[in-house]
Every structure is written in structure tokens, then in C-alpha cells.
Design a protein. Structure first.
Length: 271
């Protein structure tokens, strides 16, 4: 089914592995085409598992004025409008209870964040790079001592990939929250709300813009994108997505994230 430029659409993109190539750049033809679409009244939404501060440079590169979805829907910011930001908080006690369910040595590192600080169990450059620790207060140490009452993100790194199944089996101990990993072969996982996702944030934005679901388009490459892809009427899994996700039979982009897959697919969709 084709989309028409004379109608406004919401077009939502995951970042890593989707809008960004393997060098963490927006490819030139993709960037130019997104600006072309914006000029014709299309609403471009960045929807990432990253914290908003890890997305804002790409937001500004594209010259966007739309809301920005961070932390997989748990934090929505409005860079151009003061006082409209929305976030779902997690409780310190929930996080400490989760940690206590596992034996010592399960976690290589831990991460949490509130409005003012990032907290890590210990310093580790590679782990910290995932959470964009620049320009925010960073604290290290025992979480029971450091954490404030209300937070809006919690992630962990296991010592071994073999621990994935054990952690999922033991679970969070909270009926509202689950555990997911950043890929089949990733030792980094996160607690997440069953009822909060990129899709729930995108649905609220669609209502705000009065865009019907039939005119929502989404691109993603990971398990944290599946709710968003399910919500959108026009959804595309990146050609470079993991093989287990391709088994879901979602439409694939015409090429991968290193070969202008988004540009080629959008051009085909609109023209």
C-alpha cells in the first residue's frame, strides 16, 4: 500500500541498527529524504532505548520539532516545548529487590538514573558508553546507599552470557515489570514495564497530532521495537535485523542500515 504526501503521517525510527549505520551516522540520502518529508508536513519521531541526551544530537541534526521518545517509551521529552515532558518512574525498592534475588557475582555492573545523576556499581568504560554519561553527574558504589527514591531507568550487565536464562527464569518479583536483553548474544539487560513501550508513547503522540493509526509508519531492528512495529499500520523490520526477528514475517526494508535501507524503503512507500 502506498502513502500519499498530501496526507500527514507519523514516521517513527529506532536509532541503533535502524536510522543509524554501523558508524552511528545518519546516511546522507536518508537524511536528505527525511528533511524532504518534513517540508511536506510529515512528522518524524525518534524512538530509542537510549536516554534522551543520547538522541538529542541526531534530533538537532535533522532539525526536528517533534517529541522525542527515550528509554523505550518511559521518557518522552518535548525539546521545543517547556513543561510537557513525560516520564514513568521506577522505585528504588523495586530495583534493590530485583538485585537481592540473585547471588553475589551475577552482575558485572549495574546502571540507574534519576533527574540529576547516573549511578553505576563500578566504573567500566564500555558499559558507560551505552548510557551516554557525558554532561551528567556520575556516581559509583553500593546501590542501597546511592539510589534516590524515584528513578526512570535500570539496566544490568551479567558476568556471563550463560546467566541469561537464569535471570529471566527468576524474574523481577514485580508483576508489572519484565526483563529483556539487548539481543540473543548480549549480557546487558533491563527491567521494563509490560504496559510501557515505544508503542504506548507513539500512540499518545499520534493522538496529540490527530494522526490516525492508519497513517503511522515505523522502522526498527530489535525486540524492543516489536510493540511499535505492531502498532504502526506500515511497519518495517530492518534487513540487518537478527534472524530470530525475521522469522516473525514482518516486511523488510529494501536494504540494510549501511546501504540506505530507510531511504530506499520510504521512497518506494511514498513515490
Amino acid at each position: 500500500m502506498k502513502c500519499h504526501l498530501h496526507e500527514s503521517h507519523i514516521i517513527a525510527f529506532d536509532l541503533d541498527g535502524t536510522l543509524l549505520d554501523s558508524q552511528k551516522r545518519i546516511m546522507p540520502e536518508t537524511k536528505a529524504y527525511l528533511k524532504f518529508l518534513q517540508e511536506r508536513g510529515q512528522h518524524i519521531i525518534l524512538a530509542s532505548g537510549r536516554p534522551p541526551r543520547g538522541v538529542i544530537d541526531y534530533y538537532e541534526e535533522l532539525g526536528l520539532d517533534t517529541p522525542l521518545i527515550g528509554y523505550n517509551g518511559a521518557y518522552v521529552i518535548y525539546p521545543k516545548e517547556r513543561g510537557k515532558d513525560k516520564r514513568m518512574v521506577e522505585k528504588k525498592d523495586w530495583i534493590l529487590s530485583f538485585i537481592s534475588r540473585f547471588k553475589e557475582g551475577t552482575f558485572a555492573n549495574l546502571f540507574a538514573q534519576d533527574d540529576d545523576s547516573i549511578y553505576y556499581l563500578r566504573h567500566e568504560e564500555g558499559f558507560e558508553k551505552c548510557f551516554h554519561s557525558k554532561d551528567i553527574l556520575v556516581q559509583y558504589g553500593d546501590f542501597a546507599t546511592l539510589l534516590q527514591e524515584e528513578l526512570y531507568a535500570f539496566c544490568f550487565e551479567l558476568n556471563s552470557l550463560d546467566q541469561q536464562k537464569e535471570v529471566i527464569k527468576i524474574g523481577t518479583g514485580n508483576e508489572r515489570m519484565g526483563i529483556r536483553f539487548w539481543g540473543e548474544d548480549s549480557t546487558i539487560g533491563e527491567m521494563y514495564y509490560y504496559d510501557i513501550s515505544k508503542a504506548t508513547a507513539l500512540e499518545e503522540i499520534a493522538k496529540e497530532y490527530q494522526i490516525p493509526r492508519e497513517r503511522v509508519i515505523a522502522f526498527g531492528d530489535g525486540s524492543n521495537d516489536l510493540e511499535m512495529l505492531s502498532f504502526a499500520s506500515h511497519s518495517f523490520l530492518m534487513k540487518n535485523a537478527p534472524s530470530n526477528l525475521k522469522e516473525l514475517s514482518l516486511p523488510l526494508t529494501l536494504d540494510d542500515n549501511d546501504h540506505e535501507g530507510i531511504y530506499l524503503t520510504l521512497k518506494e512507500l511514498f513515490e
